[in-house]
Design a protein around this ligand. Structure first.
Ligand code: BDR
Ligand code: CA
Length: 301
């Protein structure tokens, strides 16, 4: 089993990432840490705790990290998780912060950080403990267009300096950007398969997905929304579901119109050494089979 800390900002698609990381037999989920992004730090932390309560995920520490006022209510709603009523949190928040929890776990054993929000916590960890050498698999960036700015994806746009620190760290970094997450579309068959499970968890996930689909349709004209974040978990749980290429990737920190863009040199034009393993293709049926069986397993537990 691969030991993982999931650093997230739930957020609809982050909830899918939490469920996949908690239920997949190949992943040993050691902690869930939160970072402001889709909502304020208080909102996303409360959402993480509520999801654990809903799905019966117990014994996994949940720790809060960095705050920010760059949030995304037009996609995720006023609570950062609109569309379904989730239970009040049963578990308590860890008294340690996100970075302290990651630090303690990494002192004990190597692990992979799966980051599905802005990279503020991860960058703070690398700054504080450059001697600790996690592998980092992140949802963020894009080889081409963006979603929050024409060329910038939300997680990188929200804290480009943190992303730059991660991409230039020399650590093994895998980027699951919009190129692959826009292949993880929640098409009508996904809703049908969730409803057919007929468990309270699957019904709640379908309700959440319905809300997410409505905002994606409104904002991007995409009625089948991309469920971004669990793709990064899938890249750890079953890398054979994705195709990767090694490439030099830089984060634009200064551009007048392009701050937060990931500049991915797929053709080696810059001559710079590759620093990132970039996911470029996803086996969509295989991904959804894995994702939906995780929801089924948790729903019946
Ligand atoms: C990313 O931004 C957030 O809104 C999603 O949760 C995902 O992590 C997609 O750009
Ligand atoms: Ca996210």
């Amino acid at each position: 089993m691969i030991p993982v800390v999931l650093d997230c900002d739930p957020g609809h698609d982050d909830v899918f990432a939490i469920l996949l990381a908690a239920a997949h037999p190949g992943i040993d989920l050691r902690a869930i840490t939160t970072v402001a992004g889709n909502g304020t730090l208080d909102q996303v932390t409360r959402n993480a705790l509520r999801v654990c309560t809903l799905a019966g995920i117990t014994g996994i520490p949940v720790a809060a990290g960095a705050a920010s006022d760059k949030t995304a209510p037009r996609i995720h709603g006023a609570s950062a998780l609109d569309g379904a009523d989730l239970p009040e949190p049963a578990d308590l928040l860890s008294s340690d912060g996100a970075v302290a929890v990651m630090e303690r776990l990494l002192e004990q054993a190597p692990l992979t950080i799966v980051a599905t929000g802005p990279l503020t916590n991860v960058a703070a960890l690398l700054e504080r403990r450059p001697d600790l050498r996690p592998e980092i698999v992140l949802m963020g960036g894009s080889c081409g267009r963006g979603n929050w700015r024409p060329l910038a994806e939300f997680n990188i746009w929200a804290d480009p300096e943190a992303a730059d620190r991660v991409f230039t760290s020399g650590l093994p970094v895998t980027m699951c950007g919009l190129d692959v997450t826009h292949q993880a579309l929640a098409t009508p068959d996904v809703f049908e398969r969730l409803r057919a499970m007929a468990t309270p968890l699957a019904d709640t996930m379908a309700d959440l997905l319905r809300f997410f689909a409505s905002t994606y349709d409104e904002v991007f004209g995409m009625p089948d929304p991309p469920v971004h974040d669990p793709v990064a978990v899938a890249a750890v749980a079953k890398p054979s579901l994705l195709k990767f290429v090694d490439a030099p990737v830089a984060v634009e920190l200064d551009g007048t119109h392009t701050r937060g863009a990931t500049v991915v040199d797929l053709h080696g034009i810059t001559g710079r050494p590759a620093n990132v393993r970039v996911a470029v293709e996803l086996d969509r049926p295989g991904f959804w089979d894995m994702m939906l069986s995780a929801i089924e397993r948790l729903g019946r537990a």
